[in-house]
Write a protein that binds this ligand. Sequence first.
Ligand SMILES: *[C@@H]1O[C@H](CO)[C@@H](O)[C@H](O)[C@H]1NC(C)=O
Ligand SMILES: *[C@@H]1O[C@H](CO)[C@@H](O)[C@H](O)[C@H]1NC(C)=O
Length: 522
Amino acid sequence: MIRAAVSTPYLRACLNTTRQTTKRFAMSNNPVRTFVAEATIPKLKDSSLFRHAAYVNSEWITSDKTFSVYDPATGKEIGKLPEMGGEDTTKAIQAASEAFKSWSQTTGKQRHDLLKKWYDLTMANTEDLATILTWENGKTYAEAKGEIAYGASFFEWFAEEAVRSYGNVIPSHIPSQRFITIKQPVGVVGVITPWNFPNAMITRKVGAALAAGCTVVIKPGAETPYSALALCELAERAGIPKGVINVVTTHEKVAEVGKELCTNPIVKKISFTGSTGVGKMLMAQSSGTMKKISMELGGNAPFIVFDDADVDAAVEGVLACKFRGTGQTCVCANRIYVQKGIYALFASKLAEKVGKFRVGHGFNADTTHGPLINDKAVEKVKRHIDDAVSKGGELLVGGKHVGGNFIEPAVVANMTQEMAIAGEETFGPVAGLFEFSTEEEVLEYANKTEFGLASYFYSRDIGRIWRVAEKLEAGMVGANSPILSSCYTPFGGIKESGVGREGSMYGMDDYLNIKYINMGGI
Ligand SMILES: *[C@@H]1O[C@H](CO)[C@@H](O)[C@H](O)[C@H]1NC(C)=O
Ligand SMILES: *[C@@H]1O[C@H](CO)[C@@H](O)[C@H](O)[C@H]1NC(C)=O
């Protein structure tokens, strides 16, 4: 474990101005401890959830050609899975297409019952699913258990939505005609998901797809496929029919698999969560067959703290919003704007709390933050810190690469618009603090990005809360609220952060076509 030292002169000056923090500052100035990335991997209660095979048409597929999945904390191999390609993907699409014939004809109630069973089984196996998740993703076991409950909530929510897929009767302007609409499933859906929420990014899409009557071919993140396969095992136990859910595993051939999903005419929709760059490529590939598209892409979330904010609440907000998943979520705060009057106080309070974080293996009880996913992620975080520091940013705490994929959570003050963090998503545990003067000025900074996923601000002024919430260019706004996502509320972005909404009363729409029926001769 490591305890980051708070040591810069700037921070010391800040801390000396606030009596109650001076004492704690001395405490967090302890020497750095030996860093331990190792942990004992808990034994699964039900080892059959840990499947070393892909899942197509209810068959567990193995192959001579495999790729390895690693524990990001230790770099040790977890297991091997089949390296599948375009032809395997075609077979999975055909299985999903065959299954669609009968699945699309089931009643909402039948789909409700199966999704509810899948929900119950997921919840009943929370600990094992969280163990697999922490092992392959690195997030702490507590966070992993939280993700399993959050992920399962989409099965429950969409089970309940499956029976509420209403059409309309439209008043007619022609006496001999009547107009109605019905909703029908779009067909086979290609689901491409990332490694940062190995469970919930699948359930949020697949829950909605299945509720609507669609069948799916899933390509999970190559770093975290075991969580997807555990869900398949539970789907099978729940009685979800053959071919309705398929998982294709791949690492090297990801481009080939993605292309087949996006260009095969049988697939009617692509639902993707990942980077904006890859999203644009998949969207372009999907245009040839005019697929429906849902894209949850990159963000560059502003987090604004006004002078009139509850500073302690705002500090807690940043801790939760910026550092969740070690900063590796698309809705993590990326640029933290703090108004002049409270800037120094805010910086000192935040740095002091961040200095108490412990990085380490997700299974160790005193770990607050796990590793980054891989060395590429480490390089990016290091580059963002170095870039900021080289341009006058002041590292208040953390920022040290302590080995492997571990970086101490960091706070950098004196950020400017010229620094990389101002324009690029860090996807790591670095809180960059920008100082601002006026509401107008900060809105300009906040909106000056091609992204528009989440945004956050803290204020106690009701007029300002309305004004700022309306002016922020983002699909989601947290006003005095750092964690936005739930199955009840719509998740999604505007601008280059994507199209479509997941979860909520809107979430099934993306998987349904509206059919208009005109009945004449009345
Ligand atoms: C940080 O900003 C403060 C206030 O603008 C300034 O006084 C200080 O010199 C800056 N520190 C660095 C290292 O640039
Ligand atoms: C975002 O902020 C800028 C600067 O204040 C403003 O010009 C723009 O209109 C804002 N966007 C919206 C949607 O209000």
